[in-house]
Ligand binder design. Structure first.
Ligand code: APR
Length: 304
């Protein structure tokens, strides 16, 4: 297994560390700033004798080294700065993602692409269109992260273990995310039997503000530990053909009445990429929120 990670910044390097230390796959870390990729790959290689990894990591700025990758993760781009909206990033990161995708397409035509660069829904759409890959081979990482953040908040509020929480967040990666309350359970019980609607609303507000909160706290850059862990979860589902129900940004082809855009939907990931868009029974207000999120994403797409 060979995974190429494009962009050796915070998310890319942290993900590379997870993949390598878990002995999951060989990694190629590519950055437009060559020495950054070389330096981080070398540093991770020096840790190999200590952590017992057997897989290799290579730093480069040359796409030839990424040839034949099974998975290509795109983290290249610029993170949000305080006060900067995801929409502000479209122009800047869109050009980068187009360029990266064209390089992946020629060096690894059979790869599965996972987009991490924000604004996620738009960047995934650009990657899907630019690659001309089948829809199962292009996806964006956001839903796993948003769902994990929500799981953390619910577990903290109720002082229960994370494994007691079942939840999923769909829709846009941003203010129009759709926490699916009708499928959110605590130890098997619907969450609205455990918490009041006011308490649930506060948790929803908090999960929506999670990313921005970290941007403000860090002062420079955005979250990267949880984003890397989320991407790693998707990679493991693909490599091990796990097909767990999770949320990922994929091209909608009539799913939930949506089409012509990439949006967070419930999916199962396996060796072939997104092997299924799951059909969850959503409440009317959840379907309406999903539609609203889709409209907002489409508005952004119309400016491309
Ligand atoms: N090709 C390859 N790498 C590039 C390119 C390019 N064309 N343009 C920029 N990069 C590299 C930068 O040199 C930098 O090392 O992408 C890296 C981005 O790293 P960081 O600035 O540390 O950003 P990071 O926190 O990793 O976030 C990356 O993921 O979560 C999203 O919003 C976040 O869009 C951002 C992305």
């Amino acid at each position: 297994m060979k995974i190429s990670i494009i962009g050796a910044g915070n998310v890319g390097a942290t993900l590379a560390k997870m993949v390598i230390e878990s002995d999951t796959a060989d990694v190629v870390l590519l950055d437009v700033v060559k020495n950054v990729a070389l330096g981080k790959a070398l540093d991770l290689s020096h840790a190999a004798p200590l952590v017992g990894q057997t897989k290799r990591i290579l730093g480069t700025d040359n796409y030839k080294d990424t040839a034949g990758s099974h998975i290509a993760v795109i983290t290249a781009g610029f993170p949000r700065q305080p006060g900067m909206s995801r929409a502000d990033l479209i122009k800047k990161n869109g050009g980068i993602v187009r360029d990266v995708v064209n390089n992946i397409k020629s060096s690894s035509p059979d790869a599965i692409i996972i987009v991490v660069t924000n604004p996620l829904d738009v960047m995934t759409y650009i990657a899907y269109k630019e690659s001309s890959f089948e829809r199962n081979r292009v996806m964006g990482m956001a839903g796993v992260l948003d769902s994990s953040r929500f799981t953390y908040l619910i577990a903290k509020k109720l002082n229960v273990e994370y494994k007691e929480i079942e939840t999923i967040i769909l829709g846009q990666h941003g203010p129009l995310m759709v926490p699916v309350i009708s499928h959110t359970k605590v130890s098997g019980r619907p969450i609205n039997e455990v918490l009041s609607s006011e308490e649930i609303d506060l948790l929803i507000r908090d999960v929506m503000e999670s990313g921005g909160e970290i941007v403000n706290l860090l002062g420079k850059g955005s979250a990267y530990y949880a984003p890397s862990a989320s991407c790693f979860t998707m990679i493991k589902n693909i490599i091990n053909d796990e097909k767990n129900l999770l949320s990922a940004c994929v091209y909608a082809e009539g799913d939930y009445g949506l089409s012509g855009l990439c949006i967070g939907l419930p999916v199962r990931l396996g060796k072939k990429g997104c092997v299924e868009v799951a059909k969850l029974r959503l409440d009317k207000d959840e379907l309406d929120s999903l539609k609203k999120a889709a409209e907002s994403i489409k508005e952004l797409l119309s400016g491309l």
